[in-house]
Design a protein around this ligand. Structure first.
Ligand SMILES: NC(=O)c1ccc[n+]([C@@H]2O[C@H](COP(=O)([O-])OP(=O)(O)OC[C@H]3O[C@@H](n4cnc5c(N)ncnc54)[C@H](O)[C@@H]3O)[C@@H](O)[C@H]2O)c1
Length: 255
């Protein structure tokens, strides 16, 4: 029970890393606000958590809207008494099969920066305000990407994730004296989430083999791998860990 009685907000909790984290965090004793722009997906996550005996509530939240993010944090304080952990995980891909960087549009740039960067800014801002109002202490986990650490090919997406990495370090430094920790997980390729889902049904074997082959260890990354890393960073096991960008990537950035 590494998060016993902790009050947690997870954005993007309706799918992939967010859903796996909601399940794992709740199994470790946390009470979880499952925030997602897809309210139906968030509700499904809550159903799964509840089936496992955990505590969670669904909250509609578009991370590009500041008042939505503020309201998600307020849902934690109202329902669970306080906020202990903010997991800013919601994000979207810029991948357009067959397209290249010079074909990207202003709309592509706006969409990616608004969801991926502004959403994390709002999440950090309202978490820090709440932590300070509670008297200090608190944990932020952000979802960056290996694409924010090395050139990966998805240019604007990579730039948004690099921005998240720097937001993470900046918040870690500025808030360290208030005992607020801020770290990021940086996943490698996860072919099983809805992130790059093409069509219905499971991804083709050939795609899974390609995804696995990207990692030096030959294994693709799963949402559960990321949830486990996020749990460590969210828990008191990491009480002296802040400003860290933790690759969950089978060795990709070490290559
Ligand atoms: N899948 C990968 O290969 C990969 C690799 C590196 C990093 N990541 C990052 O991991 C995080 C989670 O991705 P995933 O693979 O679980 O994807 P996913 O698509 O399965 O889940 C993302 C969730 O975010 C939600 N979301 C999207 N826009 C939102 C908004 N404006 N407000 C609130 N919620 C919103 C979606 O509804 C969805 O439930 C993202 O930040 C992504 O950039 C993914």
């Amino acid at each position: 029970m590494r998060l016993a009685d902790k009050s947690v907000v997870i954005t993007g909790a309706g799918s992939g890393v967010g859903r796996a984290s909601a399940l794992l965090f709740a199994a470790e004793g946390a009470r979880v606000v499952c925030a997602d722009v897809r309210a139906d997906w968030a509700a499904e996550t809550v159903e799964l958590v509840t089936k496992n005996g955990g505590t969670a509530l669904a909250h509609h939240c578009d991370v590009t809207v500041e008042s939505d993010v503020e309201a998600a944090v307020a849902a934690a304080t109202r329902n669970f008494g306080r906020l202990d952990v903010m997991f800013n995980n919601a994000g979207v891909t810029g991948l357009k099969p067959g397209s290249t960087f010079e074909l990207d549009t202003t709309e592509d740039f706006e969409r990616l920066t608004t969801i991926n960067v502004r959403g994390v800014f709002y999440g950090c801002k309202h978490a820090v305000r709440t932590f300070k109002a509670q008297g200090g202490g608190g944990v932020i986990v952000n979802t960056g990407s290996i694409a924010g650490m090395v050139g990966f090919g998805s240019v604007i997406y990579g730039a948004t994730k690099a921005a998240i990495n720097q937001l993470t370090r900046g918040v870690a430094i500025e808030c360290a004296a208030d005992d607020i920790r801020c770290n990021a997980i940086c996943p490698g390729t996860m072919p099983l989430t809805n992130f790059i889902r093409v069509g219905d049904g499971p991804p083709p074997e050939e795609y899974l083999r390609m995804a696995a082959g990207l990692q030096p260890n030959g294994r693709y990354v799963t949402a559960e791998d990321c949830a486990a890393a996020a749990l460590f960073l969210a828990s008191d096991d990491a009480r002296n860990v802040t400003g860290v960008l933790l690759p969950v990537d089978g060795g990709y950035v070490a290559r």
